[in-house]
Design a protein around this ligand. Structure first.
Ligand SMILES: *Cc1c(COP(=O)(O)O)cnc(C)c1O
Length: 303
C-alpha cells in the first residue's frame, strides 16, 4: 500500500498539514480509491471476479470502482441513478471509458437494478461482489483506520485536530477508531457534506461500532464524543453557496490547494471558520484530510 504525502499550508499563522489523499494513486485520486483498495483486495482472496455498484453521474466511487475493476480484469456493472447526459464529463466520462457496463435508472429503481445485475453476472458464470454506494462498508472504514496509522508515522507529534468531509460516515468512522488507537489525544471534526446531524452522526457511530467489533479492539465508544457538524452543508448535497466559492478560490490562489465544491471545499470552509472563531485554538496542530474530489470540481459549473 503506497502512502500519500503531506503538504503544509499556513493560515493566520497556524500551520495546517494537508493529508493528500487527492493524490491517492488512481486517476482522479481520492478516498474512494483508498477504500476500494481494501474492499477489492479482500474480495480477490475470496474468489470474487466481478462487481456491481451504484452512484450518480459524478460519483467518485463509481469511477474508482470501474478503474480498479479494469485493472484487476473484473467485469463490472454500474447502476447509475441519474439522467443519462448527452455529453459525458468528469467521473462519468472516465467510468464509461473502462469496460464497465452502465445502466441508467431512476433513484427508486436502484435496488431492483442492482439485484438484476447481480443475477445477470451470476447467470454468466461470474462470482459478483455487491458494493453499496460510496463504498460504505467495514472494509472501507478499515482503510481509514490504517490510514491514521500511516499518518501517525508521518508526523513527529500527534495533531490536536483532524478535519474531514463526511458523507456516508465510513471515512470518518475509520479515522475515529484509528485516532483512538494511534493518536488518542487528537479530536476528529467531521464536516457534513449533505446529511443532517442526527442521521449523519448515527451512521458514523454505527460504522465505528462495526469496525471496533471487526478488529476485536473492544474500545469504549460514546456517540456523544463524535463531532458531525451539519452547519456548512448549505441547502444540501452539491449545493454551492457564495462563501464556499470564496473559500475555494482563495485556497487555490493563496495556497495552490485545489478543493471541490461537493466535499473538500465544505470541510475546508468549516475548518477556516473553526480557526477564525477560536473553536480550533490558534496554537493547535491541525491536519486537514484532503479526500479528493478533483473531478467534482472540473464537472461543476459553479466555480
Ligand atoms: C465520498 C467522499 C467523501 C465522503 O466519504 P464518506 O466515507 O462517504 O463519508 C469525502 N470526499 C470525497 C472527495 C468523496 O468522494
Amino acid at each position: 500500500m503506497t502512502s500519500t504525502p503531506l503538504t503544509e499550508i499556513v493560515y493566520n499563522h497556524l500551520t495546517i498539514n494537508v493529508k493528500r489523499d487527492d493524490l491517492f494513486p488512481i486517476v482522479g485520486g481520492g478516498s474512494k480509491g483508498r477504500k476500494l483498495y481494501y474492499i477489492l483486495n479482500k474480495a480477490v482472496k475470496e474468489g470474487y471476479n466481478a462487481v456491481v455498484t451504484t452512484g450518480s453521474n459524478q460519483s467518485n466511487h463509481m469511477r474508482s470502482t470501474a478503474i480498479m475493476a479494469a485493472q484487476i480484469g473484473w467485469k463490472s456493472i454500474m447502476i447509475v441513478h441519474d439522467k443519462q447526459p448527452v455529453l459525458y464529463t468528469g467521473n462519468l466520462k472516465i467510468t464509461s471509458m473502462t469496460a464497465s457496463e452502465l445502466r441508467f435508472v431512476n433513484k427508486e429503481e436502484v435496488k431492483d437494478a442492482m439485484d438484476k445485475a447481480m443475477q445477470d453476472l451470476t447467470l454468466q458464470g461470474y462470482k459478483p461482489l455487491y458494493i453499496w454506494g460510496g463504498g460504505h462498508s467495514v472494509e472501507g472504514a478499515y482503510a481509514y483506520y490504517k490510514a491514521v496509522e500511516e499518518l501517525s508515522g508521518q508526523l513527529d507529534k500527534a495533531p490536536d485536530y483532524i478535519v474531514v468531509a463526511s458523507g456516508t460516515g465510513t471515512t470518518q468512522a475509520g479515522i475515529e477508531i484509528g485516532v483512538k488507537k494511534f493518536m488518542p489525544s487528537c479530536k476528529v471534526l467531521g464536516v457534513s457534506i449533505s446529511r443532517e446531524k442526527e442521521r449523519g452522526l448515527l451512521a458514523v457511530y454505527n460504522s465505528m461500532v462495526e469496525l471496533n467489533a471487526y478488529l476485536n479492539l473492544d474500545l469504549p465508544l460514546d456517540s456523544n464524543e463524535v463531532c458531525f457538524d451539519d452547519s456548512f452543508v448549505g441547502k444540501g448535497y452539491e449545493d454551492v453557496y457564495p462563501n464556499l466559492v470564496y473559500t475555494i478560490s482563495n485556497a487555490a490562489k493563496k495556497h495552490g490547494l485545489i478543493l471541490d465544491p461537493t466535499y473538500t471545499g465544505k470541510a475546508f470552509h468549516a475548518m477556516l471558520n473553526y480557526i477564525d472563531n477560536g473553536i480550533i485554538e490558534h496554537n493547535a496542530k491541525v491536519v486537514f484530510w484532503h479526500t479528493g474530489g478533483l473531478l467534482n470540481l472540473t464537472s461543476s459549473n459553479n466555480i
